[in-house]
Design a protein around this ligand. Structure first.
Ligand SMILES: [Zn+2]
Length: 347
């Protein structure tokens, strides 16, 4: 069974079919007329012939108008997006558990297939806590597939492992994130994207990825400032544009109102932070991945991005740990959103 058959075309409501057809038209326009080669490599017949079977269009993004708080999924229900109304986007790419028999395992050389245990549950706890605390919703994007099938933090070829049927899932995922970023950026706004992960490294601390390597972080603040490294970070926009002049530049990386600083004062050890400015030589450290680079502000996005790699004990091991960490993280993020982006909840 192919993925395209998971939801039969004829079972869709008429309005759904119209929306999908419209999406196909948009896709074809966006692709600039590029055509897919036939699987056999044989030339495509151009003369009269038998009518080909109708191939249902695959929407490559959530179809609007989108409603805040309503969950949308791709056609195969492998990835989901719940739009929010706060300038905060939360992505959980590696916490999925689905392993459909019809989807081949990724077989690419060097592919990582280990899931980040309980990070999907942690993301949902953070989203729920944020709503209870503020009355507003963050944008939540969740990959439900196990990493053995799909890696939602890689370029398309590595993400799908060459399973072309997953191309639309990958496109839908990033279209959903783009949609969230556009909503944040509407009316000149700015905000933050968190790409949520779990690590198994020896030191039990959060690893905050800004696309800056451990070796770079080991340099002094003065050296980093002189080299202008914040311009190549995933928070490049906030590093020059935060509303708090005192926090501009390297201060946003490991000053008291950096995310690491705000978490540290709330009892969650993080690197980089004022008390732990950089990983030591030999210590493992994740400095950010595909999503952080693609959706952060290094390339001019209105949304900054931080990859949060969570250790296991006391953070994501039990429901109680996840609930407590969700409350702490939301507490820190509310300070961050107000101080750097000027956002406060309405209530
Ligand atoms: Zn991960």
């Amino acid at each position: 069974m192919t993925i395209a058959h998971v939801v039969p075309w004829r079972s869709l409501a008429r309005t759904g079919r119209r929306r999908l057809a419209a999406a196909l038209c948009l896709l074809l326009a966006a692709c600039g007329g590029e055509s897919a080669p036939s699987p056999s490599g044989a030339p495509t017949p151009t003369g009269p012939g038998p009518t080909p079977p109708l191939t249902p269009p695959q929407p490559t993004g959530p179809l609007g108008p989108l409603v805040v708080g309503q969950m949308y999924t791709d056609r195969s229900e492998f990835v989901e997006y719940t739009p929010g109304d706060a300038p905060l986007v939360l992505v959980a790419p590696h916490g999925g558990a689905l392993q459909p028999a019809g989807v081949p395992d990724r077989s690419c050389s060097g592919c990582v297939t280990v899931t980040d245990a309980n990070t999907q549950e942690l993301a949902r706890a953070i989203a729920d806590t944020f709503q209870v605390r503020t009355g507003a919703r963050l944008h939540l994007v969740v990959n439900r597939l196990h990493r053995r099938k799909f890696d939602a933090n890689r370029d398309r070829d590595e993400a799908t492992g060459g399973t072309r049927a997953l191309d639309t899932t990958w496109l839908w995922l990033h279209s959903a994130i783009d949609s969230a970023r556009q909503r944040v950026a509407a009316n000149g706004g700015h905000g933050l994207l968190i790409d949520l992960h779990g690590h198994g490294h020896a030191v039990p601390r959060l690893e905050l990825g800004y696309l800056l390597s451990a070796a770079t972080l080991r340099q002094s603040d003065a050296a980093l400032q002189a080299a202008g490294v914040m311009n190549s970070s995933s928070i490049a926009r906030a590093a020059t544009g935060t509303r708090s002049l005192a926090d501009r530049g390297v201060a946003l990386l490991r000053g008291p109102f950096s995310l690491g600083g705000l978490l540290g004062t709330r009892g969650v050890p993080s690197v980089p932070s004022p008390s732990d400015p950089a990983p030591l030589v030999g210590q493992e450290f994740f400095d950010g991945g595909y999503n952080t680079g693609r959706h952060g502000s290094r390339n001019g996005s209105a949304v900054d991005a931080i990859q949060i790699e969570c250790h296991f004990p006391g953070i994501r091991d039990t429901a109680a740990s996840r609930g407590a960490f969700a409350r702490t993280l939301v507490d820190a993020l509310l300070v961050y959103l107000e101080r750097h982006y000027g956002w406060v909840p309405r209530r």
